[in-house]
Design a protein around this ligand. Structure first.
Ligand code: PHE
Length: 359
């Protein structure tokens, strides 16, 4: 009987079809094709009235069986696919806690900032305050009030960056700018902060002032056009060269180690009298002389001296009552000496291989 054959075929094909479906959507298409309004099984059930009286019960029974089988297979597959899809959704949106985290790269202070902080903390421990001053200075604070004569060579545009005033162009001004000289400049030293602090504060003054300074030098192994100084100034009653020496010896030992010796060499600075440069014994050879210290056994680290009475006079401090000492340390120099740096320019690069050694 062809209808029964048909039913067998529909059943077989349907079961195979259902097992092969991968998604709920595909599965629903199968359901519609079989038992939907125009489905193949639906059509057979609808055409029962065209069958003979003997055929009807047999076909009806078989058709109901096929329908139940198909519905059962559809339901089973639906459950399976729904579970699979849910699992997929969960695994896609899940946070995989077994995955190693992405580590945030931690920054670190630059070696120069580290040295500045270290020197600050040595002096904060001695009761000093930390002061700041502007990078753009006037010629008065950078030179004149620090007792530098008008013809002092450091005032020359070869040694100082002057800032041209372009807002006015009167003859006198343009004559100035023709020589690149004006009364505004990039400070060449942190010493102008001495004057600013002496003007603003009454003695006793115990202050430290770290900051950037600028000089028209071509960068090479030993020079940078922009570097860092740390200025120190003490003004109080009865301050002597012994105080300067004791203070700077304390600092060099705290910075370089207890076994390092210091040497005070006469020098000249316009704003201190007497003046000296301070050397520390070479850490590479222990003072015996080597290539690093130019075979002298000593390395220069700072300039210092007793505050010149002329400077106190500019600050309107009575030199008969007060005296003081001042010093200026180059932070890049300290870094070079401490870490035996072959070239100061390393400090201004962003080369992480170099910088990471100090973090
Ligand atoms: N300002 C001087 C320099 O740049 C250093 C210094 C500071 C010397 C304070 C004496 C006192 O060379």
């Amino acid at each position: 009987m062809s209808v029964l054959h048909n039913l067998d075929r529909i059943e077989q094909e349907a079961l195979l079809d259902i097992t092969q479906k991968q998604t709920l959507e595909e599965l629903d298409q199968v359901r519609v094709a079989l038992i939907g309004k125009k489905g193949s099984l639906t059509q057979i059930l609808r055409s029962m009235n065209t069958l003979t009286v003997e055929e009807r019960p047999k076909v009806g029974k078989r058709a109901n069986e096929v329908q139940r089988t198909i519905e059962g297979a559809l339901a089973e597959k639906k459950e399976e696919l729904a579970a699979k899809e849910l699992e997929q959704r969960i695994s896609q949106s899940a946070l995989d806690i077994t995955l190693p985290g992405r580590r945030q790269a931690h920054g670190a202070r630059h070696v120069i900032s580290q040295i500045v902080r270290e020197i600050e903390s040595i002096f904060i421990g001695l009761g000093y305050t930390v002061e700041t001053g502007p990078y753009v200075e006037t010629e008065y604070y950078n030179f004149t009030s620090l007792n530098a004569p008008q013809d002092h060579p450091s005032r020359s545009p070869r040694d100082t960056f002057y800032i041209e005033d372009l807002t006015e162009s009167c003859d006198e001004k343009s004559a100035f700018s023709a020589h690149l000289v004006s009364d505004v400049l990039l400070r060449t030293q942190t010493s102008p902060v001495q004057m600013r602090v002496m003007e603003a504060q009454e003695p006793p003054i115990y202050m430290l002032s770290p900051g950037r300074v600028f000089r028209p030098d071509t960068p090479d192994a030993n020079h940078l056009p922009q570097f860092t100084q740390i200025e120190g100034l003490v003004v109080d009653k009865g301050i002597t060269f012994a105080d300067l020496k004791g203070t700077l010896d304390h600092m060099t030992r705290a910075l370089f180690g207890q076994d390092r010796k210091t040497r005070y060499r006469p020098h000249f600075f316009p704003f201190t009298e007497p003046s000296c440069e301070v050397d520390v014994s070479c850490g590479v050879c222990g003072g015996n002389g080597c290539r690093f210290c130019n075979h002298t056994g000593w390395l220069e680290i700072l300039g210092a001296g007793m505050v010149d009475p002329n400077v106190l006079a500019y600050a309107k401090i009575d030199a008969d009552v007060y005296s003081g000492f001042a010093f200026g340390i180059g932070a890049e120099r300290v870094a070079a000496l401490r870490y035996n740096l072959p070239d100061l320019r390393l400090l201004t690069t962003g080369d992480m291989r170099f910088l990471k050694q100090f973090s």
